[in-house]
Design a protein around this ligand. Structure first.
Ligand code: CA
Length: 225
């Protein structure tokens, strides 16, 4: 049974989430402040955290920072804010994903399943399908549907590897640039756009309508298996 720590100060929403998740077989722990969240999180009796960013005492960002100091438990942000900057900041601090309010329970359940699946398969699969191409992460080879070797440059390979190792996860542009260049000072998103476009041309069945290497506008990229 998956145990979900729900951190949300808005009581009706928190209760609705708790009821919905309980009805679907999840075990639920509730917290209505950042402080309550941190003490519940420290108990460690949960597998995933649903976190509202606007809390009455601490900010959700503080909660992410504090939890990430000692645990890699998946955190899904419940964001009421429309702009992308808060979400990007939350992801960069170590949140795993977000849903924007209002969200459907089905959408939330899909994100919950993806986050807990990633957490339980830490090593991940060694061979990943990107459309019709097979990516062997150990052998570092890519094979097209015709069995032909697909040549990837070291940068393309690195970018692809970061994305496919986290299926379904939104990886921010900043996190990707840091991975590729080894430092946070490279902030030119056009660099990423070029490499993602190249990967799509090589791997996506229809590069102009990507289904696996997805752009999340203003935020980053997501590998959709
Ligand atoms: Ca709130």
């Amino acid at each position: 049974m998956t145990r979900v720590l729900i951190v949300e100060d808005e009581r009706p929403l928190r209760r609705a989430l708790a009821m919905n998740l309980t009805a679907r077989g999840y075990e639920v722990i509730e917290a209505d402040t950042g402080t309550a969240a941190l003490s519940a999180a420290a108990n460690g009796e949960h597998d995933v955290i649903l976190l509202d960013l606007g809390l009455p005492d601490l900010s959700g960002m503080d909660v992410i920072r504090a939890v990430r100091a000692y645990a890699s438990t998946p955190i899904i942000v419940l964001s009421a804010r429309t702009g992308s900057s808060d979400k990007v900041a939350a992801l960069d601090l170590g949140a795993d994903d977000y849903v924007s309010k209002p969200f459907s329970i089905e959408e939330l359940l899909a994100r919950l399943r993806a986050a807990t699946r990633r957490a339980t398969s830490l090593d991940g699969p060694r061979v990943v399908q990107v459309g019709t191409a097979s990516i062997d992460l150990d052998a570092k080879t890519a094979t097209g549907d015709d069995g032909e070797h697909v040549h990837l440059t070291p940068t393309e390979w690195h970018l692809l590897e970061v994305l496919v190792r986290h299926p379904g996860k939104l990886v921010t542009g900043r996190a990707l640039l840091t991975e590729l260049r080894g430092g946070p000072d490279h902030t030119d998103p056009s660099y990423l756009r070029i490499y993602v476009a190249q990967l799509r041309r090589k791997l996506e069945p229809q590069p102009s309508r990507p289904r696996h290497l997805i752009t999340e506008s203003g935020m980053g990229y997501r590998f959709q298996p």
